[in-house]
Design a protein around this ligand. Sequence first.
Ligand SMILES: [Zn+2]
Length: 532
Amino acid sequence: MAVAKSHWHRTVGERVLRLIGLLVGLVVLLLAITLASQEVPAASTDTIRIRPLPTAHEASCAIAPLPATADRLLLVVADNNESVFPQIVALEEALSSYFNLRVQRVAAADYQPALLENVRASVVYANAVFKDDERIGELVNDTWRHELPVLWLGPGAYVAEAELDIVLKTDPSAFESAPKGTIVEYNGVSISATGFLLGETISESTGSPARAVATVRLPNGTAMPAITVRDDFVHVSFDPLDPDLPPNLALAVVIDAFAEVLGSPTPDPRVLFRLEDLNGHDYGETDTSFAKTANYLLSENVFLHLAIIPEWVDAQGNVQENIGSARKILDLIKAYPESVSLIQHGYQHFRPEARNTGLRSGQAFEFFLDDDRTLGIEKAQELLRQRLAAGSDLIERYAWRPHIFEAPHYLMSPSQQALAEELYPVIHHQPLFYASKSSQFLLPWYTKRSAVVYAPSSAGFVDVLKPNSVSKILRVLEQGARILPDPVFVVFFHPFVTEYVGRETDLEKLISGIKELGYRFANTCEDISRPR
Ligand SMILES: [Zn+2]
């Protein structure tokens, strides 16, 4: 059987052979024990449970919060009302996480010159409702005198045209949504910009010239600067936080443009490779896809994030297997604890609910966006707490207590997300509630929120229904690497895909493609513990 020839079985075999050599008298006994353990049926795997020690990184998988002495960035927003502009929190967390800065956010109306004392830089986010505010002009003047880097997003810089020695152009589409087909070009990447709010663009400056680092192209052929850099002043003419856009890299473009003046990090593109929906049903005794997949990935030095569904439920809601039945997965963890990281992917990836009718584990939803409303916050949180405790106990029974959580289908309610942040130091998807459900930013960095770390955005997964999944994933990775020197993305894969006719080589194409783009495979726990 191909399975028995897997790497970790050979390693165990070699160890046994060495023992035999040393302890000839125990040969018969050892063989008997080995044979006996192999004959244990899947149903009683408790007798072979493993307790490997996780590596040092895996044992804690936590970050130290930003020290109080970390540099501070002042973020001034036209309107500080989170209920109106929840995506401002995305900007704040992106700036803080990417540049390791403590961000102080204030409304323009509350700006005081004293707030600029001891700051590293300032950022102004103005938008469609921005009204001429003398304090904004004051802020720019003060910042300019302090020779601080400024990132200006959106309209309103005209209040400081003279101070900044620039001339702003608002024609032809200022303050209007871009026509369909408008794109922003940056480092050879085109980002669809329909719905971007076009503000002002710098058209002239005497003294030191303004360099356009990104261009807006309208469908009628008109081109104008999308981002200009003049000394320490970075001006962005579009809105990277537009909640009506599909997931895109506009925020990453803005972050990289600001890094031109704040200092760019060392190049280091990384992929966090995750094997998804691992469970005792699909990957039981008769499965060969997991061993084949894991063997190949280990031979390619891919670090494996194992997203485990602790307990399996069929479409009728009956509990079938738990992760203890996935012998090859447990054997891998035992043999290669330094090459794997355990992620708790819910408890059953299912719960009894009308909306889950006909769906089994892996397809069903365990938590819903509307749980706070339909169950009440207290019950919604208790449901999450109980289910995740049961799932953690199961994984610990066979390996160790997981420190990383991934919500099934990346879905839970706001109060459940808040509780998950208390229960786990790492959540293996991006934060969920920056904007409307349909719009998520692509965030190719870890988002740090107090002591919790969110994984970067996913670049995609190999979907058996979509023949071009691999090229789509590689395209996102290529764009990320063109925009940022150090992008990090999650890529995930279901081992059973290797058994689908016509999809046998997808995994190899994916891995070689990732390497060709200059990405390395990282370990989340190790990566977040590295100082930047
Ligand atoms: Zn899943």
